[in-house]
Design a protein around this ligand. Structure first.
Ligand code: HEM
Length: 560
């Protein structure tokens, strides 16, 4: 009871980390209030601090002087005093600037709960510079807001910063790191990652695997000219692609198993964003939590379904026939005594296979469908961009056949629209936290082993030093004056280095094929009298647009 009370006090504080989120936060980027925010974000919120200390005192009294609370209150007082002695000068003595911090609470009292992490970190960078540190509760954490230091961590010292921190929620989600994204760096992780990466090439040019494009187009066109929210249809189509890739199932729109997959996936996404505090203070996991219970429930439904698929695959597998990711991973499993410890797949257990399959949904559905929805939202705002993509498609592909991947080379404008969507609304605005695997350095500052590093991709993608009018949707910035593709060095939507997104090529293929097929067959317009799609979005596990409606106008196709 007492600790529940403490937890409820602590939950009043911001938990700025991509997977340890503020909860669902609707953004108000670029508003004057945000600019003012830069200042309020960095000063101690005295009201909050006073309320924290007084709440702690009342708890202290009601708990008959629990030693835990005595320590907390003492810590607050000592550190408030310490702050006077060691002010948080952002530029002192050549050390990395650090936000003020209290023991246990770290810098949390100085971080406002009203801004999502990427905007908060960006605001803080205006005062502390692009590279600074803070304490996420007890964890010393470096925050990077510029491409120079991001490249140093991801590429130049990629190996040294390829670790992942322990988190309660992701540990539950992945059976203790049997996946790729949240597993710490190890030789097994490396070979597991390589295996999955090469399995994704199974998809290749085999566009039959993306047959869901047709159902998506049909579903959208079935709106009969009335306003329709494209979200559910897009999300179903992308989920279906992943189902095909992972276990060769392609579902009809109303299939209950597809509904089940989407339901547990949504449940995981929703609850993992609410599990923040326990990831900062893992000891809180012993207390009842609605979010953790719901997460466990969804994980259990997910695991039952995937275990059934795994068993069916094992029973029906034929040598030399790799139908999907499950087959590829089962085949790579080392039969006892037949493989050396160095061989690819050696050490891969059934848990690894299940967690990889689960992660392909977790990492592959929300990211790709959200990117598509952002791009559609921007096309509604910029009908001239939509027309230019359609003109390019008409010239290169025509309307007599479907688009295939080899057309991509001749569709630079389409590519630039996708890149601009990935830049202006990166679905992962702060990358998954990295940790230092050994003592190292960033920007000449010493970094000790175990330090957490957050890379704020939002700040990098909106850095006015590198992007002209970064808040405007301008696909041409990815083309030179000859109309050829250019990729600026500060464009890193999939990360880089040893931890670069393992699904990048699959995601790009889906984005190109889905978007081109949609725009070849239909146009999207704003329904009369409807407000244009909101472009601020909300932060869950990914940065996603709020639901919006469009009119779908079919374009005439020539039959061949
Ligand atoms: C538009 C779509 C996508 C975007 C923008 C995206 C972006 C990212 C980013 C930024 C990271 C983190 C890199 C880091 O921590 O440094 C990441 C990691 C990852 N992504 Fe994606 N992703 C997308 C689609 C996919 C798909 C389709 C899959 C799989 C089917 C996938 C699987 C993964 C995995 C497994 C990781 C963890 C890699 C590691 O830790 O080694 N992603 N992605």
């Amino acid at each position: 009871m007492l600790l529940k009370k403490v937890a409820s006090i602590l939950t009043g504080f911001a938990v700025p980390c991509p997977f340890l989120n503020f909860g669902n936060c609707t953004l108000k980027t670029g508003s004057p209030a945000d600019v003012a925010w830069g200042r309020s974000a960095i000063s101690l919120n005295w009201q909050t601090a006073v309320s924290l200390v007084s709440s702690l005192f009342s708890l202290l009294l009601s708990s008959l002087f629990s030693p835990w609370l005595v320590v907390m209150v003492m810590a607050c007082l000592v550190l408030l005093a310490r702050r006077r002695i060691a002010p948080d000068s952002p530029h002192h003595q050549g050390a990395m600037p650090c936000l003020p911090h209290l023991p246990l609470l770290g810098s949390l009292p100085w971080l406002s709960p009203h801004l999502p992490p990427h905007l908060l970190f960006t605001q803080l960078s205006h005062r502390y510079g692009p590279l600074y540190s803070l304490y996420m509760g007890p964890h010393y954490t470096v925050v990077i807001n510029d491409q120079h230091h991001a490249r140093e961590v991801l590429l130049k010292r990629g190996r040294e910063f390829a670790g992942r921190p322990y988190m309660v929620t992701t540990d539950l989600l992945t059976r203790g790191g049997k996946d790729i994204a949240f597993s710490d760096f190890s030789p097994l992780w490396k070979s597991h990652r390589r295996l999955v990466h090469s399995s994704f090439t199974l998809f290749g040019e085999g566009t039959h695997k993306l047959q869901d494009i047709d159902s998506l187009c049909e579903e959208l066109q079935a709106s009969g000219g009335g306003p329709v929210d494209p979200g559910p249809a897009v999300s179903r189509a992308v989920t279906n692609v992943v189902c095909t890739l992972v276990f060769s199932s392609t579902y009809r729109r109303d299939d209950p198993e597809l509904a089940q997959v989407m339901e547990y996936n949504d449940g995981i996404v929703e609850t993992i964003t609410r599990g923040g505090l326990v990831d900062i203070y893992p000891c809180l996991k012993v207390f009842p939590s609605e979010a953790l219970s719901k997460l466990k429930e969804c994980i259990s439904v997910r695991d039952q379904l995937l275990t059934r698929k795994l068993e069916e695959h094992k029973a029906s597998m034929r040598e030399g026939d790799t139908r999907d990711l499950l087959d590829a991973l089962i085949q790579a499993q080392a039969p006892r005594g037949q493989r050396s410890a160095q061989q690819e797949g050696a050490g891969l257990t059934d848990d690894h296979i299940l967690m990889t399959a689960a992660e392909t949904f977790g990492a592959g559905v929300e990211t790709t469908s959200t990117t598509l929805l952002w791009i559609l939202a921007y096309l509604i705002h910029h009908p001239q961009v939509q027309e230019r993509v359609q003109k390019e498609l008409d010239e290169v592909v025509g309307r007599g056949r479907g688009v295939c991947l080899s057309d991509r080379a001749h569709l630079p404008y389409l590519d630039s629209v996708i890149n601009e969507g990935l830049r202006i609304r990166p679905v992962s605005p702060v990358l998954i936290p990295h940790t230092a695997l050994c003592d190292s350095s960033i920007g000449g500052h010493s970094i000790s082993c175990g330090t957490r590093v957050l890379i704020n991709m939002w700040a990098i993608h909106h850095d006015p030093q590198h992007w002209d009018q970064p808040d405007l949707f301008k696909p041409e910035r990815f083309l030179d004056d000859q109309g050829r593709r250019v990729t600026p060095p500060c464009f890193l939507p999939f990360g880089a280095g040893p931890r670069v997104c393992v699904g990048e090529s699959l995601a790009r293929m889906e984005l190109i094929l889905f978007l081109s097929s949609l725009l070849q067959r239909m146009s999207f317009q704003l329904p009369e009298g409807a407000p244009p799609p909101d472009l601020q979005g909300r932060v869950g596990v990914v940065l996603q647009p709020l639901p919006y409606k469009v009119l779908v106008i079919p374009r005439e196709m020539c039959q061949t």
